[in-house]
Design a protein around this ligand. Structure first.
Ligand code: S3P
Length: 192
């Protein structure tokens, strides 16, 4: 597989809308709303993994370990991006860690980085059962993860959106950008 050159536009390969960003930033909530607005199916990476394995994310981490979870995450991402149906995807927070996933994301369509201040993330993840990676110190862990990942989210994304803004505004900004990009860029796919 050849690496895309800087300046290659991912819209030449796909028409998916993929939301990336830290745990708790609202990828699933925003993704569902964007999918409704665009009239497209919605896919949530963690939910697909849980449905497929019959285990929660926490159970997979505990029984099989994080590397096994990351393998599943990569498989699920590749499958959804290979699907010719344009889909809105909430990608799990750690998906950008794998270079192969980042290559796939750069060709996916429109990748949106949802970003919010750490305090808001901490507030939103409180009590969440599907985030074993946060362990006993959510604030410290989120800060450390964010530091390691921000450059990776930036690398794969076409649009940065402030997820602390009101939900309607966040959704409208994404929908508007997707429509503009798709109207102005070749898709590489035959119109259906
Ligand atoms: C993770 C994010 C979680 C889930 C798992 C690991 C991460 O998904 O996949 O707990 O490493 O950022 P969300 O981003 O949907 O919370």
């Amino acid at each position: 597989m050849t690496e895309p050159r800087p300046g290659d536009r991912p819209t030449s390969a796909g028409r998916h809308v993929v939301l990336v960003g830290m745990m708790g930033v609202g990828k699933s909530t925003v993704g569902r709303r964007v999918a409704d607005a665009l009239g497209r199916p919605f896919s949530d990476s963690d939910a697909v993994i849980e449905a497929r394995t019959g285990q929660t994310v926490a159970e997979i981490f505990a029984r099989e370990g994080e590397p096994a979870f990351r393998t599943l995450e990569t498989q699920v991402l590749a499958e959804v991006l290979d699907d010719p149906t344009p889909t809105v995807v909430a990608a799990a927070g750690g998906v950008v860690l794998d270079p192969a996933n980042r290559t796939a994301l750069r060709r996916a369509g429109t990748v949106v980085w949802l970003q919010a201040p750490l305090e808001l993330l901490v507030e939103r993840v409180a009590g969440s059962a599907h985030r074993p990676a946060l362990a006993d110190d959510p604030a410290g862990t989120l800060a450390r993860l964010a530091e390691g990942r921000e450059g990776l989210y930036a690398e794969v994304s076409d649009l940065l959106v402030d997820a602390a803004r009101p939900l309607d505004e966040v959704v409208a900004r994404i929908v508007e950008t997707v429509r503009e990009r798709e109207a102005s860029a070749p898709t590489g796919r035959s119109p259906s």
